[in-house]
Write a protein that binds this ligand. Structure first.
Ligand code: NAP
Length: 249
């Protein structure tokens, strides 16, 4: 079932920002494979997106499952043009209460799995010699210091470093690597972090010049742009999509 359409993988595509990115891709005729753990959620998302999408259930913390998934997608479609490393987890806890295992669990999903999946996809892109595009998702936590999210901050800072290193190494092969740093976007993840903590929410909005939470579709639009030929000369950037939050006073 090789497809002539561009093929994208969006991790965490069943909800929030990932679903919004998948929606933009599908609407622009990019065949999109949604990856996540919750099969029911993924299936519902695919039903909503229609025939230009399919889902693949995979726990990305299981690093052995990643090459198997990539090989299966390649066997089915022959190519992977776009990878969006969107799946991520957060944990809000005071610095000294975070255990080594908790720290490691965040790093495993937010960094190690991103590395492992990117590596497997890039191997195929290098084989096919047709270039490719990878979009990573970081956070305001890597732009400035946010308390009580130490592991998340370490992971998202690593993502930005990896973006630059990969962009430099892979540019000669026509593979572009960029990163989107979302500000405070209305999803389940941000609701968990902000709704029970009105002071934090007020602080987040207080330093967002546009004055409101972003929508997942705002990130979807940026991802579509970075994945498109209109961004063919853009690689290695971290693009804040944040209503000005990174620069607000
Ligand atoms: P979300 O709705 O909680 O989405 C996270 C997604 O990651 C889920 O679809 C989840 O799918 C997937 N996921 C988590 N662990 C996984 C695992 N082990 N294997 C496979 N998939 C896994 O949160 P979101 O707000 O849309 O966040 C998406 C990305 O944006 C994250 O990287 C987050 O750090 C980043 N971000 C969000 C905000 C914000 O304000 N919302 C701000 C900055 C950055 P399953 O449940 O199916 O596993």
């Amino acid at each position: 079932m090789n497809t002539t359409k561009k093929l994208a993988i969006v991790t965490g595509g069943g909800s929030g920002i990932g679903f919004a990115i998948a929606t933009q891709f599908v609407q622009h005729d990019i065949y999109t494979v949604l990856v996540g753990r919750d099969e029911q959620k993924l299936r519902r998302a695919c039903e909503e997106l229609g025939p230009n999408s399919e889902c693949y259930s995979c726990d990305l913390s299981d690093l052995h499952a990643i090459p198997v998934m990539v090989d299966r997608i390649i066997a089915r479609y022959g190519h992977i043009d776009i990878l969006v490393n969107n799946a991520g987890i957060n944990m809000k806890k005071s610095f000294t209460d975070v255990t080594d295992d908790e720290f490691q669990a965040i790093m495993q999903i937010n960094v190690t799995a991103v590395f492992a999946l990117s590596r497997e996809v890039v191997k195929h892109q290098l084989d096919k010699k047709v270039g490719g595009c990878i979009i990573n998702i970081s956070s305001m936590a890597s732009q400035y210091g946010i308390p009580k999210v130490i592991a998340y901050t370490a992971s998202k800072s690593a993502i930005e470093g990896m973006t630059k290193a990969m962009a430099t190494e892979l540019s000669p092969y026509g593979i572009r690597i960029n990163c989107i740093a979302p500000g405070f976007i209305a999803t389940d993840m941000s609701a968990k972090a902000l709704d029970a903590d009105p002071e934090r929410k007020a602080k987040a909005l207080g330093r967002t010049p546009l004055g409101y939470l972003g929508q997942p579709a705002d990130i979807g639009a940026a991802a579509l742009f970075l994945a498109s030929d209109a961004a063919q000369y853009i690689t290695g950037v971290v693009l804040p999509v944040d209503g000005g939050n990174a620069v607000g006073f």
